[in-house]
Design a protein around this ligand. Structure first.
Ligand SMILES: [Zn+2]
Ligand SMILES: [Zn+2]
Length: 222
């Protein structure tokens, strides 16, 4: 039995996730822990759960999602895996940190690139499907766990909202298409764990999201 644990980190209120594989190991998604108090709390939770982080996966490489990458590498030797299309976002993260006056550790070497759309990533015995979902950033992916019916969704679909599209690589129509094709194609009961804010379900966003919904009348769909 595996389990997804959530943390809210850094000045941007980013959601970092820790997936307990159930065998003493765990995967970290979008490590945003930005200072020692956040890092200590993360470490403490790992200890309480009895897990060692062995893998780091990124939905995309915006600053708020990579602030803990350097520390994770120093602490556990984890090299984050990213879709190669988001490489430019990764390279620009230190400049974004300067722009926002956010202190940032140097980025570590990246791990093996995530595979193409539809490829699989293993988290212990659990298989996640990688789906490309551009529009917020060019190389954004979501991770779908069909066995447990959840999605680590990054900054694509939020409860009652969607990711911003005004950053480099962003595009509104592309984002709407990603949500329609990659998220709304999933069964209604699937739970979406986003990069910001509380979790939601495919069904509730499909019916009432003001930006992209199943009726096609959302702000981004017109
Ligand atoms: Zn983002
Ligand atoms: Zn974000």
């Amino acid at each position: 039995m595996s389990q997804l644990h959530t943390f809210t980190f850094n000045a941007f209120g980013e959601q970092t996730y820790l997936l307990d594989h159930g065998d003493g190991e765990a995967t970290v998604f979008d490590p945003g822990m930005s200072h020692s108090a956040e890092r200590e709390s993360f470490k403490k939770r790992c200890k309480e759960l009895g897990v060692v982080p062995v893998q780091c996966l990124l939905t995309h490489a915006h600053l708020d999602h990579v602030l803990g990458c350097g520390w994770l590498f120093d602490e556990w030797g984890l090299q984050p895996r990213l879709h190669p299309t988001d490489e430019i976002t990764w390279e620009q993260a230190p400049r974004a940190a300067e722009l926002y006056s956010v202190p940032m550790d140097p980025l570590p070497p990246r791990g093996e690139d995530l595979g193409p759309h539809g490829s699989k990533v293993l988290c212990g015995a659990m298989e996640l499907e990688v789906r490309c979902a551009p529009g917020h950033s060019a190389g954004h992916v979501i991770f779908v766990c069909h066995a447990e019916k959840w999605v680590v969704g990054g900054d694509v679909l939020f409860q009652g909202s969607v990711g911003r599209t005004d950053l480099p690589g962003g595009d509104g129509l592309t984002l709407a298409k990603s949500i329609e094709q990659q998220l709304y194609s999933l069964p209604d009961m699937y739970e979406v764990w986003p990069g910001h804010g509380p979790s939601t379900t495919i069904g509730s966003e499909k019916s009432s999201n003001p930006f992209v919904n199943e009726n096609g009348g959302g702000i981004l769909q017109r």
